[in-house]
Ligand binder design. Sequence first.
Ligand SMILES: O=C[C@H](O)COP(=O)(O)O
Length: 264
Amino acid sequence: MANARTPLIAGNWKMNQDHQEAIHLVQKLAWALKDGKHDYSAVEVTVLAPFTDLRSVQTLVDADKLELSYGAQDVSQHVSGAYTGEISPVFLAKLGAKYVAVGHSERRQYHGEDDALVNAKSKAALAHGLVPIICVGEALEVRKAGDQVAHTLAQVDGALDGLSAEDASKVVIAYEPVWAIGTGEVATPQDAQEVAGAIRARLAELYSSEVADAVRVLYGGSVKSGTIAELMKETDVDGALVGGASLDAEEFAKIARYQAHAGA
Ligand SMILES: O=C[C@H](O)COP(=O)(O)O
């Protein structure tokens, strides 16, 4: 169903691509999108690169006046100071980053990030002009127990706690069932819609229908060019957070051109 939200296709490179490889990948992606006459106003495309790549990506995007945006995969909840190893949202904003992933399941699993930290990071991002892509989603045991909606909505509640309606309307929420990440197990479009629809309904309850209508809800988990079109037909799926397939420029550009191969 048509809505006012511009779809977003975001590539999460994870810990891949050094700063030289990043230049090559962005060039290849920009060419592939150009070859496909990609209309960025119809489908926004962004890449979430390792911190060490951002300066290279910025230089290339600026020099070639690319419409592609870029961002990071994590951010500190602090602005500056004695936080060894952390990266400030101010630094990211200064490098022209637009988005930052917050609370990715790999951060939650390997770095113990909880909803309170995801909330603090989201607030820090927003305070410095970055758009947090807040990642939520259930593990396999939770899905087997049929608790995916309740589990995911609890993560949404935690991430948004204390955010104003104005700030909440700016965020992107990525529903990524953990069992579908990097496994080749893509959720069915109906699975994605069930939870994406519940997230939007929760936004309406917590804020208003205006906020619910403004927020883009992405699906993530083994998305490929062959599966994206069906996912995008779902009312509440506004794009994808793509991991492995975003490292292949042609494949990622094809995902961004889902309308062409959907016959839509
Ligand atoms: O952030 C992206 C997700 O973790 C999905 O990764 P994947 O497409 O490799 O399954």
